[in-house]
Every structure is written in structure tokens, then in C-alpha cells.
Write a protein that binds this ligand. Structure first.
Ligand SMILES: *Cc1c(COP(=O)(O)O)cnc(C)c1O
Length: 345
């Protein structure tokens, strides 16, 4: 199999059409998902009144396939993406796509798009985007009758070009998720309403928004697309806990790595913004599939800077260890816990 002729190390995080995608359809008439399969057709044709277009009935996932040092193509814990998409779908009255079929579909499409999986050592990956949406017409507010599940793939470049530099973020006055709302599911609707906040933040020179809990505005939640981690003065990994935070697979994996590989104590609990202002944390970072960990050096609170001790020059020692250990596990250089690495080809 010949790889595509791309400048892998310089790809950005942008959509590029690959050869194959996976499609399955659910109809209310059949009462189940059809057998699905690969297609080269990148176009979706649907009613002008489709449920996704009128009432945003859609959920999605994001994971990556990459080449290990040994030359194998793998992905990381796709079963957890499948389960999270199943849970997200149920919250929006979308018929859930079975988790085992999700994993098989990911493998099938990555195998078909093998020529697009970046070679080892480039830092690039094949980003995999599974999604489900209401495709049949809906005008009175109700769930659609019919749905489409798709997986597209697109090669993306390394998240950090030239080292993981700490970022400067702000506390935002916008709210991301209400208690008992949809903050804990991966749905486009959570992103649509974050766009104004992120564009404002960028215009003001901040990389991201930190959202506080909507009910009391005293607790740290997460950013628009990544969970937050802290290291306190006793070297404990402190992880904000709330029902309105999206359950990041990277965060859950890092918690395991901290406990079982690095011997760190982990405290998952509500984290008050006051603790951050009081300087209780010496390191802080964002975590998600794309960057694994992105260090935070400084937080702006309505004009006042809160400096994290690890600073704006480089990632702190614990965040570095966490990131390098998880990357080592993903790349096959450190032995992975059972079931974490899914071999594709
Ligand atoms: C996807 C996402 C994350 C990160 O989850 P991973 O599974 O680690 O990629 C965090 N927060 C939000 C809001 C997300 O949508």
C-alpha cells in the first residue's frame, strides 16, 4: 500500500477529503440500524427539513489512528468513544449505535483509508470523526424518525509544532452547561453556543475560555473542548468533578497513568476557583485527544492575571511526565494496560 504524497509534519487541523467513509442508516420503519458499509461518496443528501437542520439533533465523537514505531496502525480505546457516543445519543433521543459495531466500523474505515494514516515519526495522525444525526423531516418538535451514522477520516498535523508551549486562558462570563443539562454529552449543540465565547477570547489574545459552574460560578468546570487538570503542592493530581463536565477519555486515561505508572495520588472532586486564585496549584493543563496535555501558564480573571507556578516558558514536570507516559503507551514504547491499544493493521 502506497501512502499519499502529503507533507505530513506540516498538515494543519483542517478537513481533507480522504477516499473512504463509513455509512449506516436507521429507519423507524425497520426499527434497527442497517448493516452499513464503506462508500466513496462524501456528500449527504437529505430533506430541507431534516431533524439535524431544524433542532440540531446530532452527536459526535473524535479519536485518532496513528502508526506505531513497529509500523502497526492502531487507535486508542475506541470502545470508550463507542460507549460515550451511545450515552450521548440516548440523551438526545437518538437510537444508539451499538458499541461493538462502532469499533468494527472504525477499524473498517481506517483500514480502507490506510494510505492516509500518517507514517511514524511525523507527529501527524488520522483524525476519525464518527457522528449521528436525524435525517428525516421534523417540523413539530420531536425526535426524527430516521438517522444516519457516518465516520469520516482526515489526516491532521502534530498539535504542537515545536514543543508544547504554555497557553494563556481567561475565565469567561458565558456559561457552558447547566446542572442537569447537556454538558456531559458530546453534541454539536454544546459547540454552537461556545463559538461566540471562543472568538471573543481569541480577539482579546486568550487561547481558551475556562468555564465556571453555571449554578454558583465558584467551581472550575472545563474549557469548550478540553477537561482541566491541576497538580497541587503535595504533588496530587487534582481533577475537577461535576456532572456537567464531558467525560474526557484522555482525562480518565491520565488518572489511571498517574495512579498506576507514576505513583501519584489523585483527587477527583469539585475544585473551587478560589483555590486557583489562592495559588494552591503549581501546575495546570488542558487534556483531550488532540494535544493529550496542553499546559496552562496564566489565567486571566476579569483583567487580573493568575500566574501558575510552572510559568509561561515550559510545561511543568508532572504534566510533562503524565503527557510523555501516555504518549509512550499510545506509541507502543511503554506497555499499555489491557485493551487500551486497538490494532487495526
Ligand atoms: C471531546 C471533548 C473533550 C475531550 O475528550 P477526549 O475524549 O479526551 O478527547 C473535553 N471536553 C469537551 C467539551 C469535549 O467535547
Amino acid at each position: 500500500m502506497e501512502k499519499k504524497n502529503l507533507d505530513w509534519a506540516n498538515l494543519s487541523f483542517a478537513y481533507m477529503k480522504t477516499d473512504y467513509r463509513y455509512v449506516a442508516n436507521y429507519t423507524k420503519a425497520a426499527g434497527k440500524w442497517d448493516e452499513g458499509g464503506l462508500t466513496t461518496d462524501d456528500k449527504v443528501v437529505m430533506s430541507e427539513c431534516a431533524g439535524v437542520l431544524q433542532y440540531s439533533q446530532s452527536v459526535f465523537e473524535g479519536l485518532k489512528a496513528y502508526t506505531t514505531k513497529k509500523g502497526e496502525i492502531v487507535c486508542f480505546r475506541p470502545d470508550l468513544n463507542g460507549q460515550r457516543m451511545y450515552d450521548s445519543a440516548q440523551r438526545l433521543e437518538i437510537p444508539p449505535f451499538p458499541v461493538d459495531r462502532f469499533v468494527e466500523a472504525v477499524k473498517e474505515v481506517v483500514k480502507a483509508d490506510e494510505a492516509w494514516v500518517p507514517p511514524y515519526g511525523t507527529g501527524a495522525t488520522l483524525y476519525i470523526r464518527p457522528y449521528v444525526f436525524g435525517i428525516s423531516p421534523v417540523i413539530g418538535v420531536k425526535p426524527a424518525d430516521d438517522y444516519q451514522f457516518r465516520i469520516l477520516t482526515t489526516p491532521v498535523g502534530p498539535y504542537f509544532k515545536g514543543g508544547a508551549k504554555p497557553i494563556y486562558v481567561r475565565i469567561t462570563d458565558y456559561d457552558r452547561a447547566a446542572p442537569h443539562g447537556t454538558g456531559n454529552i458530546k453534541a454539536g449543540l454544546n459547540y454552537a453556543m461556545s463559538l461566540k465565547a471562543i472568538m471573543e477570547a481569541h480577539r482579546l489574545g486568550f487561547a481558551e475560555n475556562i468555564y465556571l459552574d453555571a449554578a454558583t460560578r465558584t467551581k472550575i468546570e472545563e474549557t469548550g473542548g478540553a477537561n482541566i487538570l491541576f497538580v497541587d503542592q503535595d504533588n496530587t493530581l487534582v481533577v475537577p468533578k461535576s456532572d456537567s463536565i464531558l467525560p474526557s477519555i484522555t482525562r480518565r486515561s491520565l488518572v489511571y497513568v498517574a495512579q498506576h505508572y507514576l505513583g501519584m495520588k489523585v483527587d477527583e472532586r469539585p475544585v473551587y476557583f478560589k483555590e486557583v486564585k489562592d495559588g494552591n496549584f503549581k501546575e495546570c493543563g488542558l487534556c483531550g485527544t488532540a494535544a493529550v496535555i496542553s499546559p496552562i501558564g496564566k489565567i486571566n480573571d476579569h483583567g487580573t492575571d493568575i500566574n501558575i507556578a510552572s510559568g509561561m516558558e515550559k510545561m511543568g514536570p508532572w504534566m510533562t511526565k503524565l503527557r510523555e507516559t501516555l504518549l509512550g503507551i499510545q506509541e507502543g514504547e511503554i506497555e499499555a494496560p489491557e485493551g487500551w491499544i486497538c490494532h487495526i493493521c
